[in-house]
Structure formats: structure tokens, C-alpha cells
Design a protein around this ligand. Structure first.
Ligand SMILES: Cc1cc2nc3c(=O)[nH]c(=O)nc-3n(C[C@H](O)[C@H](O)[C@H](O)COP(=O)(O)O)c2cc1C
Ligand code: PXP
Length: 223
């Protein structure tokens, strides 16, 4: 904050005012609320399904972006490598948090829940729908492990391509989905004077179906 030579020392000058979208009221159930907000985000945000996934384990908290690939009343689904850092962390502690950061709309959605692996059939179906290059990449990558060089990565990619030259690329068994079944979900709408709207749905710490209005209590929170 005191070093005037660095532009990074002056970030306190940056200021965006919120509130142009008007006030928000709580919806009936979290699924309806999320569906409505997601449809609006889809129209305005370039990659609205990019979300932060936070994990907790004995080694401490960790976070990274993953892509949301589906939402239904059971929860929020993404795909990854089960032997990655996040995969090992979820194996040690399945409690996770998600944040959908829709800055341009002055909105965020926060989710807390329990991650469980999708069935092999669901993972197979999604893997088969990915572009071939992404399938090859998933087989060639030991996600989150050190690798010697970019050249070594390309060699691994080429080996997989050669192995399945005339065939479909099968899903590696360590690659698949997780569904986060939520017990807390918060909708945040930025407002003027940092006096925002926040609505939190809770299901008594137990995951509940998002569209089961009776399972959720809703409260407004101070900003
Ligand atoms: C926009 C964006 C989307 C991403 N989507 C995914 C994803 O869906 N699955 C995934 O495994 N990694 C995804 N990544 C990469 C992760 O952020 C991360 O680098 C990788 O999964 C390794 O994380 P880990 O070492 O914590 O396991 C994405 C990164 C970005 C920036
Ligand atoms: C390492 C990794 N895995 C999976 C994904 C999800 O990609 P896709 O949309 O092809 O499933 C991404 C997206 O950036 C990624 O970086």
C-alpha cells in the first residue's frame, strides 16, 4: 500500500459500485432460484459454469476453478481426475464448497455440501461426449503430478493417440464426476453502499433435494 512505484500498491483506488439490478426477493426453493439466476447468467456471462471448488483436508484448505457440468435436484456435478490433489482431498474429507462468481452481474452463489462420485455410467456418458483431444489429454495426464517438460507431456499425448489410433478413447478409470449435494446455498446480489441482498437456504446440515421446498429454511442475511 505504501510503494508508489508499483501499480499493485494502488489497488485500493479500484472501486465498482453495485446496485443497478434492483433488489432481490427470496424464491420458493433453491432449485427454482438457481435455475432462474443461471438462465440470466447464461445470457450475460461468458463462462457462467466456471466455479470455484474449495476443499478441506488435513493439509489445509485448497481451492481451484472447475466447470459445472450439470445441476439437478440432487446437486451440482463437475468432472475431474480422482487422483488429482482435489480428488485426494475429497477422499479424505468429502465436505466441499462451491462459488459461482458472476462478477459482471454483481452476483455470487455459494454452496456447501458433500461431494460423492458419480456412477461409472454417468462418467462414461460425459467422457464420451468430450472432444477427442480432451479425452486423449485426460488419459495422458497424471493431473497434479510433477512432469519433466512440455515435451514429455506431448510425448505422453502422442502415445495415447497412437494407442487408440483407430478406436474410441476409453475413459480412464481415475477420471470421472462428483456431485455436490448441498445443505447450504446462498444467493448474493450486490447493492448500493455495499448494502447487499443475501438469501441463505439451509437444510439442517443434511443434504436435501434442491427442489424440495419443505426441506429448506430461508433467511435474509446482513451484508
Ligand atoms: C476456467 C477453468 C475451468 C477448469 N475446469 C476444470 C474442470 O472442469 N476439471 C478439472 O479437473 N480441472 C479444471 N480446471 C483446472 C483446475 O483449476 C486445476 O488446475 C486442476 O483441476 C488441478 O487442480 P488440483 O491440483 O487442485 O486437483 C479448470 C481451470 C480453469 C481456469
Ligand atoms: C484439466 C481440465 N479437466 C477438465 C476440464 C473440463 O473440460 P471439459 O469441458 O472438456 O469437460 C477442464 C476445463 O478447463 C480442465 O482444464
Amino acid at each position: 500500500m505504501t510503494d508508489d512505484r508499483s501499480p499493485l500498491s494502488r489497488l485500493s483506488d479500484q472501486r465498482v459500485e453495485y446496485g443497478a439490478r434492483g433488489e432481490v426477493a427470496a424464491g420458493t426453493d433453491p432449485f427454482t432460484f438457481f435455475s432462474q439466476w443461471y438462465a440470466e447468467a447464461q445470457a450475460e456471462i461468458r463462462e457462467p459454469n466456471a466455479m470455484l471448488l474449495a476443499t478441506a483436508s488435513d493439509s489445509g484448505p485448497d481451492a481451484r476453478i472447475v466447470l459445472l457440468k450439470g445441476v439437478d435436484p440432487a446437486g451440482f456435478t463437475f468432472f475431474t481426475n480422482y487422483t488429482s490433489a482435489k480428488g485426494l482431498q475429497i477422499a479424505a474429507d468429502a465436505r466441499v464448497a462451491l462459488v459461482l462468481p458472476w462478477h459482471d452481474m454483481h452476483r455470487q452463489v455459494r454452496v456447501q455440501g458433500i461431494a460423492t462420485r458419480t456412477s461409472a455410467a454417468v462418467s462414461d456418458e460425459y467422457f464420451a461426449a468430450r472432444p477427442r483431444g480432451a479425452q486423449v489429454g485426460a488419459r495422458a495426464s497424471h493431473q497434479s503430478q510433477p512432469v519433466d517438460s512440455r515435451a514429455a507431456m506431448h510425448a505422453a499425448f502422442d502415445r495415447v493417440e497412437a494407442e487408440f489410433a483407430d478406436a474410441e478413447v476409453p475413459r480412464p478409470e481415475q477420471w470421472g464426476g462428483y456431485t455436490v449435494a448441498p445443505h447450504r446455498i446462498e444467493f448474493w446480489q450486490g447493492q448500493a453502499n455495499r448494502f447487499h441482498d443475501r438469501f441463505v437456504y439451509e437444510s439442517a446440515d443434511r443434504p436435501a433435494a434442491l427442489d424440495d421446498a419443505a426441506a429448506w429454511t430461508v433467511a435474509r442475511l446482513d451484508p
